[in-house]
Design a binder for this molecule. Structure first.
Ligand code: MG
Length: 315
């Protein structure tokens, strides 16, 4: 594993989140009139440029947990709860942009429910709130057998999102991330994902859920028109949108800005796309001025450095 790719993935999530946050919830038609071209700040949560939200904070909590104690859902859940209660790993000292399933999970953990059981599991709990923060687990598990990857990814998703669809989406993201970490270009990695034997997909994609991922797994996602790509909060839409942006771009900035300019759930679409693009183009491929302005920049860089060093030593 290359350090630049791991650091690029983590920073890619944070930068994508920060680029999309100011225009969150605004329809696509408004972005057509006034596309986002860089770090703007203010807007949706009235935060200064470089501010990230739940996507970035929970990704940092998970990376820190894995760095400090290894792969442990209970520990990760405790750090998520510190984010929720105390504003841990937030730009301004308090948590904001909290999704409904994540909020239920936090309240469940406060009531003593174990982390692995905390995430709600109904079909209506399939928002993108576990996909947006799963990348540190993808890095940790990348060298493992697919059955081990599937188990670990489902556990880490279930802390906030326990329905098989949200978990399956995270598994597909992990399989694609693994190909990208190996150095494949976006289209090659996507082809590799779609060529995986059925038994590998089955480890982490529930049988009854497979039909929901048809547009991804049929190998033609990149050919869909922009009007066919949805960018709301539904986990399948976010995964499709992020992958579509990756496949139709040839650098980091274009990937994440395409995601932001799809409108609606802009911070999470760009965070999920930014994680993938960061692996492909590395931290060196992220515009320096976007990293420069990040809230908690030095702490983030320090954690990303320690996290990636540890994973490289382990591999
Ligand atoms: Mg957010």
């Amino acid at each position: 594993m290359e350090k630049d790719r791991i650091m690029g993935g983590l920073l890619g999530v944070i930068v994508g989140d920060a680029l999309g946050l100011p225009v969150q919830f605004i329809p696509r038609i408004e972005r057509k009139k006034k596309p986002v071209t860089g770090m703007e700040g203010w807007g949706a949560f009235d935060m200064p440029p470089g501010s990230f939200s739940d996507d970035g904070s929970l990704t940092l909590c998970l990376a820190e947990s894995i760095y400090e104690v290894g792969f442990n859902a209970e520990d990760a859940g405790k750090r998520f709860l510190r984010w929720y209660d105390e504003g841990y790993w937030t730009p301004a000292g308090y948590a904001y942009d909290i999704g409904s399933a994540t909020m239920s999970a936090m309240e469940n953990m406060k009531d003593g429910v174990p982390a692995l059981e905390a995430g709600p599991k109904t079909e209506y709990d399939n928002g993108n709130g576990s996909l947006m923060r799963i990348l540190p687990a993808v890095f940790y598990l990348a060298a493992e057998d697919p059955a081990v990857i599937a188990k670990g990814i489902w556990e880490m998703s279930s802390i906030t999102h326990g329905h098989p669809r949200a978990c399956s989406a995270c598994y597909i993201y992990a399989l694609l991330g693994r190909e990208l970490l190996d150095g494949l270009r976006p289209l090659e990695a996507y082809r590799a994902l779609c060529s995986l034997p059925e038994e590998i997909l089955q480890f982490g994609i529930a049988n009854e859920e497979k039909k929901h991922f048809g547009r991804i797994l049929d190998g033609k996602l990149e050919h869909l028109g922009e009007r066919e790509i949805w960018s709301g909060g539904y986990v399948v839409d976010t995964l499709e949108a992020a992958m579509w942006c990756l496949l139709n771009s040839d650098n980091f900035a274009s990937t994440v800005l395409t995601a932001v300019n799809l409108g609606y759930d802009t911070d999470t679409a760009a965070a999920v796309a930014g994680g993938l693009a960061g692996i492909v183009y590395g931290m060196s491929g992220i515009p320096a001025q976007w990293i420069e302005v990040l809230a908690k920049r030095d702490e983030i860089l320090s954690l990303a450095d320690s996290f990636s060093e540890k994973l490289i030593q382990r591999s």
